[in-house]
Design a protein around this ligand. Structure first.
Ligand SMILES: NC(=O)c1ccc[n+]([C@@H]2O[C@H](COP(=O)([O-])OP(=O)(O)OC[C@H]3O[C@@H](n4cnc5c(N)ncnc54)[C@H](OP(=O)(O)O)[C@@H]3O)[C@@H](O)[C@H]2O)c1
Length: 269
């Protein structure tokens, strides 16, 4: 029998990239799916690809940054499937720039999705996860350990998620809810084509060297496996594991390398 047969997985940010591939991977393993994102057409296309009959998948337009939208989505999920076993917080984006190029509003805008959108998702689903002794998987980043010049908004938001996961894994243990903190490195998705206004710029090239990129389907396989094993934290691919190890054990060396080789994120605004 498939690993997740009959379990209900709710995934935010399922209209593209990692979220869409994770949804397909869960579906292959027998899960029923609740897919959330703002772009309805793209979300419906993913849902159709997974199950054209619509029996095993429910697509719900939802902006996680708007208080109560995830709550409404969770209610619809319960009406259709009656339970929620897995919550995959994946919705997120990246706003870049040095502090002097940005303002407080920019940081707030990013936090509205990357941090408060996560809290909205958790508050909307936690009671159900407690009932099923389920799993809360948080797509964070290797940037939850490493913050480079030009990347403070995004890294701040991911550092916050790491802190949240660390506390929640202790707080939710008595309820049998597992918290899985997921730290990808560079994954080939549209994230680096989103400008600081949140607009998708399809003509922007991904400037990350292909040797550092993994595909979203490869990432999804490892993420779903970590969820199935209720792992506390995973880092993908291997260089992310090395970065986290060095940040934990040799932070001075990492700081020296960053300064010596002037490592910073490159970005368009
Ligand atoms: N790609 C990487 O290199 C990488 C590395 C580390 C971590 N991550 C993390 O992986 C997650 C997924 O990103 P991705 O790389 O797959 O990028 P992506 O292809 O741009 O996907 C982002 C997803 O988030 C959704 N989203 C954004 N804002 C939202 C909002 N306010 N409400 C609901 N949904 C929202 C988007 O859907 P709509 O626009 O339709 O709403 C889209 O489905 C993010 O949390 C990102 O930080 C990515």
């Amino acid at each position: 029998m498939s690993q997740f047969y009959g379990l209900v997985a709710l995934i935010t940010g399922a209209s593209s990239g990692i979220g869409a591939e994770v949804a397909k991977e869960f579906a292959r393993k027998g899960a029923l799916l609740v897919l959330l994102a703002r772009r309805t057409e793209r979300l419906n296309a993913i849902a159709m690809e997974i199950d054209p009959s619509g029996e095993k998948v429910l697509a719900i337009p939802c902006d996680v940054s708007v208080d109560d939208e995830v709550k409404k989505a969770a209610s619809l999920a319960l009406i259709k499937f009656g339970r929620i076993d897995i919550v995959m917080k994946n919705a997120g984006w990246s706003l870049k720039g040095e502090l002097a190029e940005l303002n407080v509003h920019d940081y707030r805008k990013l936090f509205a999705t990357n941090v408060f959108g996560v809290l909205n998702t958790i508050y909307a689903t936690l009671d159900e996860l407690k009932k099923t002794q389920g799993r809360l998987a948080v797509i964070s980043s290797v940037k939850s350990y490493l913050s480079l010049s030009g990347d403070s908004p995004y890294s701040m938001s991911k550092f916050a998620l790491r802190a949240l996961c660390e506390s929640l894994s202790q707080e939710l243990k008595p309820d049998g809810v597992s918290v899985i903190h997921i730290c990808p490195g560079y994954v080939a998705t549209e994230i680096r084509q989103i400008d600081n206004q949140g607009v998708w710029r399809s003509d922007w090239q991904d400037n990350i060297p292909s040797s550092l990129l993994i595909s979203s389907s490869q990432a999804a396989k490892e993420i779903v496996q970590a969820v199935s094993q209720r792992k506390k934290e995973i880092a993908i691919p291997n260089y992310s594991k090395i970065i986290i190890f060095l940040k934990r054990h040799l932070p001075g060396l990492v700081a020296w390398v960053i300064l010596r080789f002037k490592i910073r994120v490159s970005y368009k605004m």
